[in-house]
Design a protein around this ligand. Structure first.
Ligand code: ACO
Length: 402
């Protein structure tokens, strides 16, 4: 058997990359547009002799963090190993090469991905850091009579005018929610509002724009014996004020032909349920969203701010990135800013790096992990303080796939 080698790719190898990716994901021509956003310098390959058999890349947006800060993110994507070469440690080599290079180069302190299957990435130190709701609301569902709707109209804009508006508007709200990503032009074109029909029967994106927000949605045609029964698939809905949020939801729910408004990547605490006269009409199924990996825990923990002061010592295990293992002191001052240093003091909490990843954005709590038996015999007071410090007012939420 030939030796396997892992390395960063050259620009001339991106076609081969895409061939491996398509073979791994059993694709025909879907996702071809995605090729344009892959950067060879941020892509790793594993070779069996001269043959490229495994690939992993990363995009480089910034990730909004609790407290309104942000940090560079390694947004890991398009990971695949050619059928016929699996379960020989190829993915393990890719993950090692990627995480080690981020650590050695002082690159993004945090990595994130959407997992194709939930059993793959825990062994590499990833854990579910955000959740998302598959939300559905029947068309024409009434609001409570007390809902305050911004009376300025929501207008459908053509693609060019709408993109001009949303490009300007989105950065003003980007840091309102931990979990949101910064976007360059290609992010809009490829990830958020690709000008092509969706993969599951949805049409091209449409843009409903209000002075204080917007919704991007795709209609899916449908007729039954009683008439039109379309579904509107929300791609994203962003509003700067509660009144604009209500106006955009009212607009979507009232679109003629729409039997149902669906949002597959809604926040788990999506406020629309508080607008509905009968909140039970909203269906919600919660699934995992972003899987997070703290590449360098000290840099990652310093990058966010915290909800309460804290002075605690963590004993950290990290089998895949050993530079994170050991004892760390986390001190948070009254303004929520953290200092993270090595420590010799007795640890108050024993945590694996996956536990820190799961609480990092506020999507899970130390208390919740302890109730699952993950934190051993942790001192209840230390747990409470840590949970309070890491807590966030709103659930972290990433609206876009990558
Ligand atoms: C961010 C993203 O892009 S997510 C998309 C990931 N890609 C895909 O799902 C495409 C289809 N699948 C594949 O390409 C491959 O099967 C991969 C990438 C999932 C795994 O690649 P492999 O080279 O086979 O993984 P590797 O041999 O390094 O496995 C490492 C460990 O993970 C386990 N593992 C690998 N894939 C899976 C899986 N799908 N489910 C459960 N365990 C898995 C292996 O059994 C092995 O366990 P061990 O350490 O206990 O022996």
């Amino acid at each position: 058997m030939t030796d396997l080698t892992a390395r960063t790719l050259q620009g001339s190898e991106l076609d081969d990359y895409f061939d491996v990716f398509r073979a791994a994901f059993l694709l025909d021509d879907e996702l071809l547009h995605f090729r344009g956003v892959l950067d060879a310098g941020r892509s790793h390959g594993v070779f069996d002799g001269d043959e490229l058999i495994g690939v992993a890349s990363r995009l480089a947006p910034r990730l909004a963090l609790p407290g309104g800060t942000s940090a560079p993110l390694a947004a890991v994507t398009a990971v695949g190993v050619k059928p016929g070469h699996r379960r020989r440690g190829v993915l393990t080599r890719l993950m090692r090469a990627q995480l080690h290079s981020l650590h050695e180069d002082g690159g993004a302190p945090v990595a994130a991905l959407y997992a194709s299957e939930g059993a793959i990435y825990g062994r590499f130190g990833y854990a579910v850091g955000t959740y998302e709701a598959k939300l559905s609301v029947p068309g024409k569902t009434p609001f409570k009579s007390t809902v305050d709707i911004d009376p300025r109209p929501v207008r459908e804009l053509g693609r060019e005018a709408a993109l001009e508006f949303v490009h300007r508007f989105y950065p003003t709200v980007e840091r309102d929610h931990a979990g949101r990503l910064s976007r360059d032009d290609s992010a809009w074109e490829v990830r958020v509002a690709a000008d092509r029909p969706g993969d599951a029967g949805e049409g091209k994106p449409r843009f409903a724009v209000h002075p204080d927000g917007y919704a991007i949605y795709r209609p899916e045609k449908g007729w039954n014996d009683r008439g039109p029964d379309f579904k509107l698939h929300v791609q994203e809905l962003v509003a700067a004020t509660p009144r604009a949020y209500a106006a955009l939801w009212r607009y979507l729910l009232d679109v003629d032909f729409a039997g149902e408004v669906r949002w597959d990547k809604a926040a788990v605490d999506e406020p629309v349920v508080h607008l509905l006269a009968n909140p039970r009409t909203a269906g919600r199924r919660v699934v995992d969203g972003l899987w997070l990996r703290l590449v360098d825990l000290d840099r990652a923990l310093r990058a966010r701010t915290y909800s309460a002061p804290l002075d605690t010592v963590l004993e950290v295990t990290d089998a895949f990135c050993p530079w994170n293992a050991g004892r760390w002191r986390l001190r948070v001052d009254d303004d929520g800013n953290a200092e993270v240093t090595r420590s010799e003091d007795a640890a108050a909490l024993d945590v694996d790096i996956t536990d820190l990843a799961s609480v990092y954005l506020g999507g899970n709590t130390f208390a919740g992990l302890a109730r699952a038996g993950r934190l051993g015999d942790a001192d209840p007071d230390a747990l409470r303080r840590a949970s309070r410090a890491f807590a966030t007012d709103v659930a972290p939420h990433c609206q876009e796939g990558f």
